[in-house]
Design a binder for this molecule. Structure first.
Ligand code: CU
Length: 639
């Protein structure tokens, strides 16, 4: 395992943080604004130079009205612009109207650009391709119907066709069971059965959604039932069979879409890719070796959690292929981390959204070479994994993952302040306690900074900010000193559907938040937060910054390259840009480069050799001086 000695820069910085930890502690859950006088004082104090230098500084940014959107997804592209995707943005009216949105925001110029969005990418998954384009897959086919909106029983029928002829059943086809009639809500094509060498017929059963022709309980089907099809041509009767054991008046989940697009960074447009093999709502996408991308989990086209059907994208053919050899169940939006050997994936236990509480909640290591699994024990509050947040501690060579916050499954006001860390380089990895977040919280945004600290910001105590429980709270975790201390509090509350990303200049941008209610009493509906907020960490108030005057655009794993800078370089990092939604980001990681002084103003930096540490793609190259102050980033590509 790659273990690096702390450099002088790190020791200095750690000493500084220990002091900050003592002076920076304020009451964990204290509201930021107690009264008008306090507010005025806070407003004054937070603008002071010494406060900023110790705690950093937040600025709220309001986009021009026509560009405001419900930013559910955020991805930093290697042009330095941030792609914000709303799709229908958790708004059923916009979904019905086919209003799907994305904007591209330039944090340097402040300019926005509307990006035509071809399908509803709301709640898709995403990961970067080696060329830096963003692959997006899944999305919303249909909005959920809450129980009080469901007046006709509905469910999925499974249909088999034993004839050697394909058959298409149009929308509105009638299905009858025990005298009750149900109508299909979509067309379905039943492939022809084909004969196997042993003479038996091989069929491909198809699912179709049906709705009762009338309202009420009489249409509920709770046990395995056979359905007749009076509309079938006489030639097919007896060869086509429909059955179901569940036609209900229960809540109908969101339904997944099989859409897949590459966001082309150069032309700033969505390019169509092959459809997913399985429709997915709330999937996780993660890069593999050879530039392939794995998609796991999600709700299918009828709102059922996929039982373990995973699939792989080939960037050459731009197509998805079902991977039955990697069959494995995860709850929706599982937090996955590819390890240094490139072949194993760590599931931290974090996830968001859907799935039974007793299935797929155990953290573990998944070996893709043989689909085997090893549990990782030791996690505190294991029933609080939903809406928790996980991230690689910096640098990624340490192979440590942290997991913070989270809540009970579903709509609960219970959350935890738990922060645990696991060292995956150990022979028997096990979660260990780390300093708690200063408050119980769900939906914490984690952003790893160039100086190796991870900024934890926002979240809410209750489900979707319920009970006005948004946190105005930001903390810095130092992975070397193992300390957590508070930074300047965010001004805008961020709960569900909020994100944060590191920007190339070292600032952090936060956006989104989707409260269920606007008041503590749950009487008024919440509105989606469209303001951005940008945090400048203390290192931006520390005086002169190092500056990279020269660096190559292409670097190679295992090899050295030369950069020029007038400052003495203590450390260098490659930071992979975030592509984040629902606290799920398989991209963010910080890679330490070996540093050696060269002639004149030059330094030789060396990229680690392992593909699993530095997957192909674009990175932000940053050098740090001996105070731990980072340079603005230059974009470099790892082939
Ligand atoms: Cu969502």
């Amino acid at each position: 395992m790659i273990r690096r000695k702390p450099s002088p820069m790190r020791r200095l910085r750690n000493a500084a943080l220990v002091c900050a930890a003592v002076t920076g502690v304020v009451a964990a859950n204290a509201p930021v604004v107690a009264d008008a006088a306090d507010y005025a004082w806070n407003e004054y104090e937070r603008h002071q130079g010494d406060y900023r230098a110790e705690h950093g500084f937040w600025e709220t940014v309001e986009l021009p009205e026509e560009y405001r959107l419900s930013a559910v997804h955020a991805a930093l592209l290697h042009t330095g612009k941030v792609l914000l995707i709303a799709g229908s943005g958790n708004n059923a009216e916009r979904f019905e109207a086919g209003t799907f949105r994305s904007i591209l925001w330039d944090p340097v110029s402040g300019e926005s650009k509307e990006i035509p969005t071809p399908e509803d990418l709301f709640c898709a998954g995403h990961a970067y391709l080696p060329d830096g384009n963003l692959l997006i897959a899944g999305g919303t086919r249909e909005y959920e119907q809450l129980e009080d909106q469901v007046d006709r029983a509905a469910g999925v029928l499974n249909i088999t066709n034993d004839q050697d002829e394909e058959l298409t059943l149009p929308e509105g086809t009638r299905f009858v069971s025990s005298g009750r009639t149900y109508l299909s809500t979509e067309e379905v094509t039943l492939p022809a059965a084909h004969e196997m060498p042993d003479g038996t017929a091989m069929t491909e059963p198809q699912d179709v959604w049906v709705e009762a022709e009338g309202p009420g309980d009489d249409y509920v089907v709770a046990e395995d039932s056979v359905f007749g099809m009076p509309d079938l041509p006489a030639t097919h009767r007896g060869d086509v069979h429909a059955r179901s054991n569940s036609v209900t008046l229960e809540k109908q989940n969101f339904q997944g879409l099989d859409a897949s697009y590459e966001f082309d960074v150069e032309s700033e447009t969505y390019r169509r890719a092959g459809r997913l093999d399985e429709p997915r709502w709330y999937p996780t996408l993660i890069n593999l070796q050879d530039g392939r991308i794995l998609a796991v989990s999600g709700l299918d086209e009828y709102g059922r959690v996929l039982p373990g059907d995973n699939e792989i994208y080939d960037p050459g053919s731009r197509t998805w292929t079902d991977s039955p050899e990697l069959f494995r169940y995860f709850p929706t939006y599982p937090a996955l981390f590819r390890l240094a050997d490139g072949e194993r994936i760590f599931y931290s236990g974090s996830n968001t959204g859907y799935g039974p509480a007793d299935q797929g909640r155990q953290p573990g290591i998944w070996d893709l070479t043989d689909n085997s699994w090893v549990d990782v024990p030791g996690l505190e509050d294991p029933e609080y994994n939903e809406t928790s947040t996980s991230f690689f501690l910096a640098p990624v060579q340490d192979q440590r993952v942290g997991m913070v916050g989270g809540g009970l499954v579903g709509d609960s006001d219970e959350s935890t302040a738990r922060f645990n860390v696991v060292d995956l380089s150990s022979a028997d990895p096990r979660y260990e306690a780390a300093p708690d977040y200063p408050s119980p919280a769900r939906y914490i945004n984690a952003v790893t900074l160039p100086d190796d600290s991870t900024m934890l910001t926002g979240g809410s105590v209750g489900y979707r900010g319920n009970g006005e429980s948004d946190l105005h709270l930001t903390a810095m975790y130092d992975p070397d000193a193992h300390t957590m201390h508070e930074a300047a509090p965010n001004q805008v509350g961020r709960n569900y559907h909020a994100t944060a990303v590191l920007l190339p200049d070292g600032r952090v941008m936060t956006m989104g938040s989707d409260p269920l209610f606007a008041d503590a009493e749950r009487t008024k509906s919440g509105t989606f937060e469209t303001r951005l907020e940008i945090y400048s960490p203390p290192y931006l108030f520390a005086g002169d910054r190092p500056e990279l005057s020269e660096a190559p655009e292409e670097v190679v794993r295992g090899e050295s390259f030369t950069v020029s800078t007038a400052t003495d370089v203590a450390e260098a990092r490659l930071l992979r840009p975030s592509a984040v939604t629902h606290q799920t980001d398989t991209e963010q990681r910080s890679i330490a480069l070996d540093v050696a002084a060269g002639p004149g103003d030059t330094f030789e930096l060396t990229v680690p050799a392992e593909e699993g540490l530095t997957p192909a793609g674009w990175y932000m190259l940053v050098v740090l001086d001996d105070r731990g102050v980072p340079s603005p980033a230059r974009w470099v590509h790892v082939g």
